[in-house]
Design a protein. Structure first.
Length: 320
């Protein structure tokens, strides 16, 4: 007779194996990138984009909207694993020509199913990339082209760009290899709330949702402790209770100018991917009080599973 959670445990095990494989491949890619650093970073070594990461279901979309409503920074729809995947392909294609490597990166984005929400043609104005001088023939130049292309169409007044993709918390090593001076905002939330919210929004099992939270925490905590990233960790609960204070802290950390319109009721920017079901609940402006708790949708057994598995992490983050 099958044990009650055998299927969930198997899925969780497979998810863990996938993560381990990704870490192994990532180490090899990073090693290659260090050997061939010029073609990866080049003249962009001092550039400072903003990356907003989390476990998911921790307020990253709301923060993105608030910052964009300030008018200074543009953050496109989520990019999935396009950057780390394109980075891997680019580093491993050093024998290819510059035009071939450009298309390799662009194709990685364009072939991603959810790239349709970006609503741009990233193959336009390629002459700017193709004619780039040798010092700027880098992976970072291609990424810059993609994000600037989206900004020019959707938010042309913005002078900076960023990325809001929760799962990139698992690829901080690759991001650091590309942008050693980037800013990182790591949003954390009570694991019980994250699991409940993820189950409701994406219909995943409690064990899968829990594993995502734990992996995200482990990756971000590692980089936060070693001090090599410009990382600011914020609690979702504090952000929704004290939005202005938290937004000012984010702006100070990322060298953005705080604008009261960040807390505005009417956000007029085309965000693209907020039509997705799991992002629709973030249409409202950030205001004190936040969203209601979703933890009460968990069974006692599920709640106990989460609490037993996150004792050390919750203690470190200040969750009871």
């Amino acid at each position: 007779m099958e044990r009650p959670h055998a299927v969930g445990e198997l899925s969780n095990h497979m998810h863990s194996l996938t993560y381990i494989k990704k870490r192994f491949v990532s180490r090899l890619v990073i090693a290659q990138a260090k050997i061939n650093k010029r073609c990866v970073v080049g003249s962009h070594s001092g550039f400072q984009p903003l990356f907003i990461v989390s476990s998911g279901r921790a307020g990253t979309t709301i923060l993105r909207k608030c910052l964009m409503n300030g008018g200074e920074i543009h953050i496109p729809p989520e990019s999935g694993e396009c950057i780390p995947l394109a980075f891997e392909r680019y580093v491993q294609s050093k024998s290819k020509s510059w035009p071939e490597r450009i298309h390799l990166v662009l194709n990685t984005f364009n072939e991603w199913a959810d790239f349709k929400y970006w609503d741009i043609d990233i193959y336009r104005n390629l002459e700017l990339l193709l004619g780039a001088p040798t010092p700027k023939q880098t992976f970072c130049s291609v990424i810059e082209h993609i994000y600037r292309s989206h900004a020019s169409k959707k938010n042309p007044s913005a002078i900076r760009w960023g990325d809001k993709t929760p799962i990139l918390s698992q690829s901080l090593d690759r991001l650091h290899a590309c942008y050693p001076r980037a800013y990182y905002i790591n949003l954390v939330r009570d694991p019980r709330e994250v699991v409940a919210s993820m189950m409701r929004a994406t219909n995943v099992s409690p064990s899968i949702a829990l594993n995502r939270w734990k992996v995200s925490y482990k990756c971000a905590d590692k980089w936060s402790r070693n001090g090599r990233l410009n990382m600011l960790t914020l609690k979702y609960e504090e952000m929704v209770q004290r939005p202005e204070i938290m937004l000012r802290a984010v702006c100070d950390f990322t060298d953005l100018n705080y604008n009261p319109s960040m807390l505005g009721e009417h956000l007029k920017i085309d965000f693209g991917d907020t039509v997705l079901p799991h992002l629709r609940s973030t249409d409202e402006a950030l205001r004190p009080g936040g969203m209601p708790s979703q933890g009460n949708m968990l069974s006692q057994q599920q709640l106990q599973l989460i609490e037993d598995a996150t004792v050390k992490e919750r203690y470190a983050l200040g969750y009871s």
